[in-house]
Write a protein that binds this ligand. Structure first.
Ligand code: 13P
Length: 350
């Protein structure tokens, strides 16, 4: 490694640490236009660039957000947008002490020869896109690979293909001065047991770290964004908070090298309250000592109640922002092992 890379890596390590410091976590607000529109459609919100901008303005201008949120993951459309008063979203985030990041994969496609599996695209032209995102103010990036559990799934071929792309993406990010967030998501959909999720997640993480090592990715300058180890959504047995925490920690301890700067879970379709409660269970003082901070990088578990309240109506903006700040605080508390139902004054936990 030359001097340039060493210097860059030092800075990247600082950024990676900052993203998981102070008990804070990340706000994933990087839904593609298609996904954002899908969520709007459910609530009857017009699926236009103006409404998407209005909604993202609501999120980034939430008062006090920087007290619990360290970084926000933006989408290509969003990183170019500004508030109605003409301030770029990136500058609003920076002023709030929130580091701007960017989703750089271009989504998943059906895998050749494996019609039930997906591979993630986005390596073509990535170096040039990262250069542009630097000029737009992003300091970290995200790439998501998704694995479904089913008969013979995920296949070895699917795991290898996605692990290799994740590693090539991460190496390129570090070359270009970005902290990569490496997100291999084992999906909750299905009736599989928690043990099956454990075993699949273990295999996926093992292969991802082999690939990251092969591509010389500096582990102290990246974050891992994994799923929690959970029973399938339609599995008749739904384990307790404690059992989920134990299974998840067992899986991570066996696969994630100590050098990794931090772990920030995705929420994956869990209810906001369950996501907080499970994160809390892993961060209880009685839980085992861990080599990395356990943080959050939630999308739906942070945003869904806010989106429900907003509903596309400007008169709901303040209420929606209060809800976002509240959910972010709940997850901040969960990082200290101090979350409880008492922090949920607005809803009863499901
Ligand atoms: P969820 O928390 O809704 O799973 O979203 C996180 C994310 O960034 C998905 O890529």
């Amino acid at each position: 490694m030359g001097t340039f890379v060493t210097t860059t890596t030092t800075t990247l390590t600082d950024t990676a640490k900052e993203l998981v410091a102070g008990g804070k976590g990340l706000l994933a607000m990087d839904e593609s236009t298609k996904t954002c529109n899908k969520r709007f459609a459910v609530l009857g919100i017009p699926q236009t660039v103006e409404f998407r901008r209005d909604y993202r303005e609501l999120l980034v201008t939430t008062p006090g957000l920087g007290e619990s949120i360290s970084g926000a993951i933006l989408y290509d459309e969003t990183i170019r947008q500004s508030t109605t008063s003409g301030k770029s979203f990136v500058s609003v985030l920076n002023q709030a002490g929130i580091i701007p990041g960017i989703k750089v994969d271009t989504g998943t496609v059906e895998m050749v020869g494996h019609p039930a599996e997906r591979v993630t695209n986005g390596l073509d032209g990535l170096r040039e896109r990262l250069a542009e995102y630097t000029s737009l103010g992003a300091r970290f990036a995200k790439w998501r690979a998704a694995f479904s559990i089913g008969d013979g799934r995920p296949s070895r071929a699917c795991i290898e293909a996605n692990a290799s792309s994740l590693a090539r993406y991460a190496a390129l990010c570090q070359e270009m001065g970005f902290v990569p967030i490496v997100e291999p998501e084992v999906l909750m959909t299905g009736s599989h047991s928690m043990q099956r999720c454990h075993d699949v997640t273990e295999e996926v993480l093992y292969r991802v770290f082999v690939a990251l090592n092969d591509h010389d990715v500096a582990l102290d300058a990246m974050l891992l964004k994994p799923n929690m180890v959970l029973p399938g959504l339609s599995c008749p047995t739904q384990e307790s908070l404690d059992e989920v925490a134990k299974a998840t920690l067992h899986c991570l301890m066996g696969t994630v090298p100590d050098d990794v700067a931090g772990i920030a879970f995705l929420s994956g379709g869990q209810s906001p309250e369950l996501a907080s409660a499970r994160l809390n269970a892993m961060n209880l003082p009685t839980s085992e000592a861990l080599p990395w901070p356990l943080a959050f990088s939630f999308g739906r578990a942070l945003q869904q109640p806010t989106l429900d309240i907003w509903h596309g109506d400007e008169s709901n903006v303040i209420g929606a922002q209060l809800e976002l700040a509240q959910r972010a605080r709940c997850n901040w508390a969960a990082r200290q092992g101090e979350y409880s139902e008492a922090l949920e004054p607005l809803r009863t936990p499901s």
